[in-house]
Design a protein around this ligand. Sequence first.
Ligand SMILES: *[C@@H]1O[C@H](CO)[C@@H](O)[C@H](O)[C@H]1NC(C)=O
Length: 497
Amino acid sequence: MWRKASVAALLAIAVGYLYHGSPELPEQILQYISLPNFQQSSQSQDSQKSLEEVISSAWETLITLPSRQWSKVAVGVNACVDVVVSGVGLLQAMAVDPGVGLDHEVLHSKEDLKEAFIHYMERGAAAERFFSDKEVFQRIARAAAEYPGAKLYVGGNAALIGQKLATYPDLIVLLCGPVGPKLHQMLDEQIIVPPESLQETDEYHLILEYKAGETWGLTQAPQANRFIFSHDVSNGGMSLLETFVASLEDFEPELVVLSGLHMMEGQGRELWEERLKEAVSAILDIRRDIPIHLELASMTDRDYMNSIMQEVMPIVSSIGLNEQELLFLSQADEGPHADLAAWKGIPDVGRVSDILLWVLEQHGRSDPLSEADLTRIHFHTLAYHILATVDGYWGNQAAAVTAGARVASSQACGLQAVDVSKVELKAPLEFYSSHTEPREKLTINPAQPVTVWRRGNVTFHMTPVLVCKQPLRTVGLGDAISAEGLVYSELKAEQPF
Ligand SMILES: *[C@@H]1O[C@H](CO)[C@@H](O)[C@H](O)[C@H]1NC(C)=O
């Protein structure tokens, strides 16, 4: 009885707040009122349920499609086939003998490949290299694809985002990128690939894995890792970008998703400077009323990052990125917390919030007088996600951010749905809206697991991730998160300015 009475009292207080139109009405109370099964969620039931269970079932209630959904989405332009194979096994099958490690910036031969592989294997460090000889690379790629136990996956951010979008049967997806016969065969049947985007050969990315303690000759790997190499000229130069933009005229998408800019960095400054200018002018050819989402990926050159920030961000509506990319963005342009060399452990929510706000204020449309288009950032890190949007442009943010977290929580475990026994909550339950004053103390309420706060003209929606305890395959997780977030996002028809 007392419980019902206290619920009634709380509702009365909340309604009282509403009735008087008090601007200080705490978000928490608002969330309680809208909680559909509040009356049933008795203390005794909740105490038996794990936080993970409570969060996972609250997500299911929260995740609803927006009233206006996309019917056609175009995605471009990086796509490839990832071949995952045992590094030692493949080199042995190629009749290469073990030897001494030596790093090479570019691999010109099988010998270079062997030396660089050993160099990184004995350190247990990840590396990615370009293989310059096309013929030799094709032979190695064929051997790798046919090696027993080799696993082939759809690769490249655009192809992975396309695959995820194609799981929604009502969505028509166009994918433009270097699509060879193998990739074409692996893609979801629902995906439309324009004929101009088909290639005779696939762009293979060879991923040589090794286990912790694995030996080859005198080399022993201190930990498991992977050595990646490719001869990927199409993706390196974003060679399909112009084809992609041209195909939009006939396809008439409601949303464009662009990725692969990071691939150009490896070409060296002279080439990327030139190509980035062309890329910007191609993007500007896309009709202004079609929103563009840009998916960022790992980059290492500050000047390149800075050029993307200055020239590309203002002409896209939305970006998706992870914690490394966000910090690198700030470092490249002396933004907030740029002095931080790297995140230690779970990135501090306040610091992340500071950088997100800075991006939207410096390079976005937080000020209505700004010429910039950027109004949305989908940020993901292992333990939590944040969707930051400039007020007035986007809807359904709570569903969008939770849909992204749900796919991260299931896909990392290799599952279609979240299994609460296989995941754990790692996000802090209390945090601040900024690293510095003035700041608001915020909490995660597991029964209503989206925490909302506002700064300036930007609203932040944050949800924890249920982190998979034994992840199977995390490649492409960021792409899946961004794709889900977009499916559940809605662009408001009437924009305020
Ligand atoms: C927020 O929007 C208002 C107009 O609605 C504008 O005057 C103000 O400058 C904006 N604030 C920031 C920080 O851009």
